[in-house]
Structures are given as C-alpha cells and as structure tokens.
Design a binder for this molecule. Structure first.
Ligand code: ADP
Ligand code: MG
Length: 681
C-alpha cells in the first residue's frame, strides 16, 4: 500500500464502500491519515451507577442481572437490568436481536451511552456495548469519525488503522531541535495518537502538535507568496496634478472620516518606493468601494492601469458598473472581464489591456488567466479577500511584475476578522479599518422564529412589498447533490408564485444558472421589476440593492454567524426600515444561542469574535468558501500558538528551504490546494 493507493484496494473497503468514503472527500489510503476523529468517547473512565446523573453520557461496567426480555412487533426490543455494587439500571435495545447471542445473566459488559431517569429508575437506550472478557483488553478511548450513509464508525476506524503503517515513512515537518524547543511530538506519533489515543492527555498533546504545525505551515506559505515584495520597487506616484479633490467632489456623498483616513493611508503608500501591501477592512456597507475607486482614480491619473478582482461574476459586474459611473466622467475607461465573454470579446479586451486602452479591468479570476497582459499595471485590488487563495493574490500581482517592479496591492475584506485570525491570514499586511458606517444607516431588526410562523413572515414580506420595498429569501445549499440548490430555489419560488405570492414577481438566483440568466435575474431585482428574490448565498458578498428591506433566511442554523452577517448586510442599505427573519426549527441549545447573537448584535466585529469562539477558524467562513483556511485540527483554543508559530515561520523563511525542506514542501502544498479549491468562482 502506498499513500496514493485508491481506497477500494485498502483492506476492508472495496468498491461499494469506497463510494461512501468518496462522499467524505476520501479517495486514497493517504487521505485516511488526516481524516481525524471529530470526537472521542472516553470509555475507560468508568463510573458507578449511583454516581450517574440524568442526561449524563458515561461508561459503566455492569453485570447483567436478569435474562433479557424481548418483544415488540414492528420494532423489536431487548430489555434487561444490569448493575454494579452501587445499583442497577434498565438497558433497552431496539432491532438488535443479534445481541441475544451474547447477553445473558451473569455476564459482564461495558456500556457507554446516555443515562436517563425513567419510571423504573435509571435507564440506557441502545448504548454501545462491549463484553468484558479476560482474554481481551477494551480500549480506553474510542475515536468517533464523521460518517455518511453506508459507513459505520467501526468500518472507518479499521480502514484508518489499516492505513496507519503508512506513517512509518512519514517525513518530519520540523527538525528535532524545533520540536524540542516547542515541546512537540513527532508528526508520526501525533497522527497516530489522534486515531489511537491512550487518553485525554495524549489527544491534547497530539492536537497541539498538529495545530502548531498547521498554523506554522500556513504562515510560511504566506511568506513565500510574498517573497521579495520589499526588495523590488513600486510604481511611484505623486499627488501632483492628480486632482483627487475633483474625484471627491464628483461623488454623490461626502466620505466618512474613516473613508478619508483610509484613502490617505492608501495614497500615501502609493507615493512610496516600495509596493503597497495593505488590507482595507470594513464591515458590510462601510463603503470600501468608494475608497478603492479613489485609489484607482489616483493610479490612473498617475499613468497606470488597475486590476480589480472580485470573487463572483455578480459582484464583478456590479463593481464594473459602479466604477464606470464614478470614473468615466474623468475619461477613464473601465472594462469587465469574466469567463462569460466570447472568444472574440476576450481577444478585443486583451489587446486593449496590453495596449493600455483600458485603464481599469474589473473581473473575476478570469483576470489571472494566461493571456491577460497589461501595458502598465500599477495597482491591483482584490475584493472580499478571504475568498481568494494566497497564490491567486500572487498571480494577480504578477500581472504587473516587471522583474524589478511590482504593482501596489490593496486587499479588501468585508468580513471583520478577529485579530488572532488576521495575524494568521494576512501576516504582516498594513491595515486600514473603516470603523464607521455612512450616516443614515439603520440597524436591521432581526428575529429568530420557527417554521410554524412562516405564513406570518410571508405576510410581513407582502406588506413590505406593497409599501414599495423588496425582499430576499435565502435557501441554504443542500448537501453535495449538484442539482439540489437549483431544485430547492426553483421549487421554492414556484411554490410562492402558485401560493401566497401569486401576482407578485418572484425571481430566482443560484450558482447553477448561466451567466446571462444570473445577470438578468440580478438586473431585474436591482431595477425593482422583481419584488422578491429567492436565492442561495450567491447574494452574500457585496450585492447592493438599497431598496431591499426584508430578508428571510430559511434553515438559518445551516449558516455561520459571519455568513449570516454578510447576508443580512444586503438589507438596511437604504432609507427603509429593514427586517431580517431567521427561520429555524433547530434552534435549541447551542444553535439557538448562536442565532440569538444575531438578534442582539449588529457589530460585525463582535459577531465575528463570537463566531470564532464557537466554531474555530476552520469553519469561520463557512465550509464552502473557506478560501485559504485549510485547518483540520487548529481551533479557536489554539490561537494562543499563533505568536510562537509566527516567530518560527519567520525563522524558517529566513533560513530557507535547505534548513527546513519538509516545512517548505508542506507550505508549497497549501498554495496548490488553494488554487485548486478556488479554480472557478
Ligand atoms: P462595502 O464596504 O460593503 O463594500 P459599499 O462600498 O458597497 O460597501 O457601500 C455601500 C453603500 O454605501 C453603497 O450604496 C455606497 O454608494 C454607499 N456609500 C459609500 N460611502 C458612503 C458615504 N460616505 N456616504 C453615504 N453613502 C455611502
Ligand atoms: Mg463591497
């Protein structure tokens, strides 16, 4: 067996099961190694019956003290009592008659499950059960793997166990001295311990080692991507004759003081000899586009071209329109470049970019394709930065790289990023923050309700529409079937048109639509022709329709808080009082707490902090768009390791790949993964 041996050849898997594993994103034997358990059952920590509390999940070592009774027709059950020296409990199994073969009075078993207090005292329903025999030692810890239909935990665990010998040839990422200094396990031991842990301490030590590794590798990847930036010169610009005042005077509003500060930072950077590497961070609606436009105006005035990259076509199209409105009065030429252009259109545009006929190219990642060349690229901007990988950022900058000169770079992010995470993501970028919203913005009243209230919510939407407003209805993507988002969005819209919303123009928007239809749907909504837009999260980033004042989010529990905040940011942009309704039938416990934060908090930064705390950085941006976050192990609690790992990444970067070959190799793999993940927007 090799790392790239297909799973169907791994012992105990075969053709049918390998299809199930594929659903979990596992294809080769090597993939199993980093398929870490999502939780552990500490079955070795055995309790006494008398100590157990209602609702507690625990492990008990019990002797069966009554012969099992069986019964039931549709659902067959087995019922018996079992106890230790402090008391006894009733154990019931459903549809597991095969257990009768081993369970009988006098035998000893270890039961693991949830205790409930019922009529006849303490009970366990369908616990895990293992017979205690002198010949066999039971494991103290049982790893719990993410599963999918057709796979049991045992099947996954034994597949992983079969792959573990691959670790024998696993290279160490860190040299011994580094491991010693930071008290890290060997990589081999750490991976093995996560799969076959001996107790709580071994899990914690293994997690720490692997989290440290992930964070360090990532930091190094960032440094590699930015290699040499400060060694080259930049397109030097000047305020002289830029006439930036005239740009401001032409805006339909005056800048907030936060926007003014940011513009000053950015223009100041562009007047220096080194390329700017700046992050513009500002909550949803804080007006980053106008700041970007000022920077582009300045660059074009100084004789340079600009490239502005957005993660989706909808957003790129919208930006191109906005920028054209702001900049064409000054004779600047804005062009849109997306994958949707015909070959002929593309060729025309390419030649206008390379001749300098186009001043500003706005586009999706079509901008970083081969063949796109600029005459004199001086400024690159990426919007919604977290959607792009390290390498994509570097590729865009590369379009203006003349060998001894690199363009200025501005990255913008609407997702307010907690300090610890921004250290990881952006390393040492300079940061400008828009910490102020334009005047007249109102908070969006947010409610959490169950689906029994759906008709009432529809009533509220109809009311808003009658008053001249518009509404979004957001449906989550349904798991992994390529067609379900279309179906769910289109079926939902059809049901509305045929029911509560008959006579009201209802539009749809989802990722599977072709470009023309997407544009048409967005335009129809922006112009007010459609009143209600049923959509997936494709409207999440940046879309700006100020007349929309209502948002209903179905299955709100499926979204991360930052994502909900982004979605909610689509409304409350105009004069109308805006309302956001989170619909969820799954709002008990932690989920309810999480969604409750949305109802109380309107500050994106505090929401992001809460989100990070609850979900850890791997999930921070939601799975689909996790962009460059590829952490499998590191969680919120590991953020304390960031400072140490930054220092190590700096040290390794300075020492070079000869001193840290495996660390550099791992960092290189990250860049590649991101490129693949972000291939198409
Ligand atoms: P984001 O930071 O989320 O990208 P946008 O740039 O899309 O925000 O701006 C949101 C809205 O606010 C736009 O309609 C824009 O025209 C408007 N806007 C931006 N700056 C100001 C300002 N200083 N005063 C009033 N409105 C503004
Ligand atoms: Mg924006």
């Amino acid at each position: 067996m090799e790392r790239d041996t297909p799973l169907r050849f791994v012992k105990g898997i075969g053709e049918a099961r390998s299809a199930c594993f594929a659903k979990l994103g596992l294809y080769t034997a090597g993939d199993l190694l980093t398929f870490y358990p999502r939780a552990y059952e500490y079955r070795g920590e055995v309790k006494k019956v008398a100590e157990t509390e209602d609702g507690e999940v625990c492990s008990l070592l019990l002797t069966v003290d009554s012969e099992p009774r069986t019964g039931g027709t549709k659902v067959q059950y087995i019922k018996f009592t079992a106890g230790d020296d402090t008391g006894s409990i009733t154990v019931t199994f459903f549809n597991q008659r095969w257990l009768l073969r081993s369970i009988s009075a006098g035998r000893v078993f270890r039961f693991y499950g949830k205790i409930t207090y019922g009529f006849s005292g303490r009970e366990m329903l369908s616990p895990s059960v293992e017979q205690v025999l002198p010949s066999k030692r039971l494991p103290d810890v049982v790893p719990v793997y993410p599963l999918t239909k057709g796979l049991t935990n045992n099947v996954v665990a034994s597949a992983v166990a079969a792959a573990l010998p691959l670790l024998d040839t696993e290279p160490e990422i860190f040299p011994d001295a580094v491991r010693e200094r930071h008290s890290l396990l060997s990589r081999r031991d750490a991976v093995r311990s996560l799969h076959l842990p001996s107790g709580r301490n071994s899990v914690a030590a293994a997690r720490r080692t692997l989290a440290f590794e992930e964070i360090t590798v990532f930091q190094l990847a960032l440094r590699i991507a930015r290699r040499g930036v400060s060694l080259v010169s930049a397109p030097e610009m000047t305020y002289k004759n830029s006439g930036i005042r005239r740009f401001f005077d032409n805006l339909p509003f005056s800048l907030t003081s936060a926007q003014e500060r940011a513009v000053k930072d950015i223009l100041g950077d562009m007047c220096r000899k080194e390329p700017m590497t700046r992050l513009l961070q500002g909550d949803v609606g804080s007006g980053k586009t106008a700041v970007a436009a000022a920077a582009m105006y300045f660059a074009v005035r100084n004789g340079y071209q600009c490239a502005f990259m957005a993660p989706t076509e909808i957003l790129a199209t919208q930006h191109a329109r906005t920028l054209d409105r702001m900049l064409s009065p000054f004779g600047m030429n804005v062009s849109l470049l997306t994958g949707g252009l015909s070959k002929k259109q593309k060729e025309l545009l390419y030649s206008s970019l390379s001749s300098g006929g186009t001043d500003i190219a706005v586009g999706t990642n079509a901008l970083i394709q081969e063949g796109v060349e600029f005459r004199n690229l001086g400024l690159v901007i990426t919007d919604e930065q977290h959607r792009f990988g390290v390498r994509q950022r570097a590729l865009l900058t590369g379009k203006g790289d003349t060998g001894d000169r690199k363009p200025h770079m501005l990255v913008m992010s609407a997702t307010p990023i907690p300090r610890t995470l921004s250290l990881i993501l952006y390393g040492d970028l300079d940061v400008s923050v828009l910490d102020e919203l334009p005047p007249g913005r109102q908070t969006v009243d947010t409610y959490l309700v169950g689906s029994d209230k759906r008709e009432r919510v529809y009533g509220a939407i109809l009311h808003a529409v009658r008053e001249g407003g518009q509404a979004y209805i957001i449906c989550p993507l349904v798991e992994d079937s390529a067609d379900t988002d279309r179906q769910s969005v289109e079926a939902y819209a059809a049901a509305l048109r045929g029911g509560s919303f008959s006579g009201i123009p209802v539009g749809v928007l989802h990722g599977k639509m072709n470009r023309k239809d997407k544009d048409a749907a967005m335009n129809a909504f922006a112009s007010g022709e459609t009143k209600v837009l049923v959509s997936t999260t494709v409207v999440e980033v940046g879309v700006d329709v100020p007349n929309a004042s209502f948002m209903l989010i179905e299955n709100a529990e499926c979204f991360g808080l930052s994502q909900l905040h982004q979605l909610r940011g689509r409304i409350g942009r105009g004069k109308r009082k805006s309302v956001c309704v989170l619909l969820s039938d799954n709002a008990a416990g932690r989920t309810g707490e999480r969604l409750g934060i949305m109802c109380r908090e309107h500050d994106g930064f505090r929401i992001a902090e809460a989100d990070l705390e609850q979900r850890g950085p791997g999930d921070f941006f939601g799975d689909r768009q996790s962009g460059e976050l590829v952490f499998r192990v590191a969680g919120a609690a590991d953020m304390a390791l960031v400072e140490q790992s930054r220092a190590l990444a700096d040290e390794a970067f300075a020492a070079g790949s000869k001193a840290y070959p495996e660390l550099f190799a791992a960092a290189g793999r990250i860049a590649d993964t991101n490129e693949r993940k972000n291939g198409i927007s």
